[in-house]
Design a protein around this ligand. Structure first.
Ligand code: FAD
Length: 476
């Protein structure tokens, strides 16, 4: 008997419930990954994620090969490819991990219905989350809209443990595309040429990264996680997004660490709560599938955004004249990631100082982040913009200068990514326009030449943002 194992956003072989179930009774596992460029509609995989996907698939194929199997690559419509594969191999079932993006959930329902008529079992399994949407609800039976009670309720439920071991009988007998032909990697220019220095996509890379974090860093997490110059966070987000590691595995390893490092309780709890934000985002996406595209708080549909291509480009290119914002945007372009604190600052700057729609920022992140994730990205942008569930209030406007001075006190982060102002003393590093002429001269800077003058005045921009907010507050 043969079961098709359809890999999607679960690019691992450990703690994979779909694989575990498929492997029962010694059935042959026929593993496939399908690149369907049409199904996601507007949410086609972004550029940075394509780079990651290429390397993650390479790693998965190598892992499966070392166990005697062969991962099949096919491009096109999932339904027809799966049907053809089942027919050619006499497969009785298709197993996959569940996804939560609205388009993917719809696709699962279509497949389920179609295969019912073919007498092929189509089954989807959990595995990407600690708590499946719908299993943690308010006392009234509705979805939570606020994080803290949601997470409290999750903590009351038991956290599932990872699967210990799966012995699979892999098949290696079907024709496959050549992954390189998919051209997922950038060329001309190869903007990701240095990325292998930062990232090791794949299950082994995910586990190595987690071990390094738990062994060396986690005890500093609670105190230093907001400092972008310091390597104090896990950097697990892209691994989690691609399903190279499961949150259950991470959770279990945290619990083991807790026993070894009793003084790290607070840090581990804090880290686990961040995993909780990921759960919350998926939960919101499941119950409010419009979140990536339209405001959760309906009155924000009337918000007077002021589309401005010049502002948007200055932001994208890290040329706003606000060093912490520019550092973040350049880190993103250079590495495919941006520190969480800085994501909040740059996102707030785009929506509030520049009055650009949060969707234009969401789109840019979608294309440039290696961890671009429909749930976390959509919810986080709405959180910053003030239009989301449990969002930061709109009138709380981050001051990019004080954010820089607070979280990058010594200026290490800004100097790393905005080297043209690195000779400025700390006192002016986050506000070069306030530096006296002789200090600017000593640092070799003429504002507007090596580095831009601020694109907007903070105080004026803040007032304009508050006025815009007043517009929707009064009209709702
Ligand atoms: P850690 O601090 O080590 O956290 C551990 C894990 O918890 C992360 O890997 C991630 O899976 C999860 N997590 C942490 N913070 C959040 C959060 N606020 N929301 C949801 N999950 C969280 N995260 C993404 O994974 N994909 C995105 O596309 C994404 N877009 C964002 C956009 C904006 C505007 C903002 C403000 C945040 C966004 N985040 C996104 C959340 C967060 O910035 C990243 O998850 C985090 O920076 C990843 O670094 P880390 O793995 O070192 O995090």
């Amino acid at each position: 008997d043969t079961v098709v194992l359809w890999f999607r956003q679960d690019l691992r072989i450990h703690d994979l419930p779909a694989l575990h179930a498929a492997s029962k009774d010694g059935r042959q596992i026929l593993p496939i990954y399908i690149l369907d460029e049409d199904a996601p509609g507007d949410w086609k995989i972004g550029g940075a994620s394509r780079w990651w996907l290429h390397h993650s698939l390479t790693a998965l194929a190598t892992d499966i090969e070392s166990l005697g199997g062969k991962l099949i690559f096919r491009r096109g419509n999932s339904l027809s490819i799966l049907r053809e594969l089942c027919e050619a191999n006499n497969a009785e079932a298709i197993y996959c991990s569940r996804r939560y993006e609205p388009w993917a959930a719809k696709e699962e329902n279509t497949l389920h219905e179609s295969f019912k008529n073919d007498e092929i079992t189509f089954k989807r399994f959990p595995g990407a989350l600690l708590h499946e949407p719908g299993t943690v609800m308010t006392q009234g039976g509705g979805p939570f809209k606020v994080f803290t009670p949601f997470w409290r309720a999750c903590r009351k439920n038991e956290t599932p443990r990872p699967i210990e071991k799966t012995a699979a009988n892999w098949s290696d007998c079907s024709a496959s595309d050549v992954l390189d032909d998919w051209e997922l990697l950038p060329r001309n220019p190869d903007w990701a040429a240095q990325w292998s220095e930062y990232w090791k996509p794949g299950e082994t890379g995910a586990r190595e990264r987690l071990h390094a974090f738990l062994d060396d860093t986690v005890s500093r997490y609670a105190d230093e996680r907001d400092l972008p110059a310091v390597d104090a966070t896990s950097r697990m987000s892209a691994h989690l997004h691609h399903g190279e590691i499961s949150p259950r595995q991470i959770w279990a390893m945290c619990e083991q660490k807790r026993l070894e490092l009793p003084h790290s309780d607070t840090a581990i709890n804090k880290f686990q709560a961040e995993l909780g934000w990921r759960e919350f985002s998926y939960h919101l996406l499941h119950f409010f599938p419009h979140i990536p595209e339209s405001p959760f708080k309906e009155n924000f549909a009337q918000f007077p955004w002021q589309a401005n291509e010049t502002y948007l480009q200055a932001w994208q290119q890290g040329q706003t004249g606000y060093p912490i914002v520019d550092a973040g945007m350049r880190e993103l372009w250079a590495t495919g990631i941006m520190h969480n604190r800085v994501r909040m600052v740059v996102a707030s700057f785009l929506c509030k100082h520049l009055l650009q729609h949060w969707r234009s920022g969401e789109d840019w992140f979608w294309d440039t982040l290696v961890d671009a994730d429909l749930a976390s990205n959509g919810c986080s942008w709405q959180w910053v913009a003030g239009s989301g569930a449990d969002a930061a209030p709109y009138f709380r406007i981050f001051n990019p200068v004080t954010q820089g001075e607070k979280f990058d006190k010594q200026g290490e982060y800004v100097r790393r990514w905005v080297p043209e102002i690195s000779d400025l003393p700390n006192k002016y590093l986050h506000k070069p326009w306030e530096a006296p002429d002789d200090i600017l001269e000593q640092a070799g800077i003429v504002l507007g030449q090596q580095y831009p003058a601020p694109i907007v005045d903070h105080r004026e921009a803040r007032q304009a943002a508050l006025d815009a907010y007043e517009h929707i507050r009064l009209s709702s």
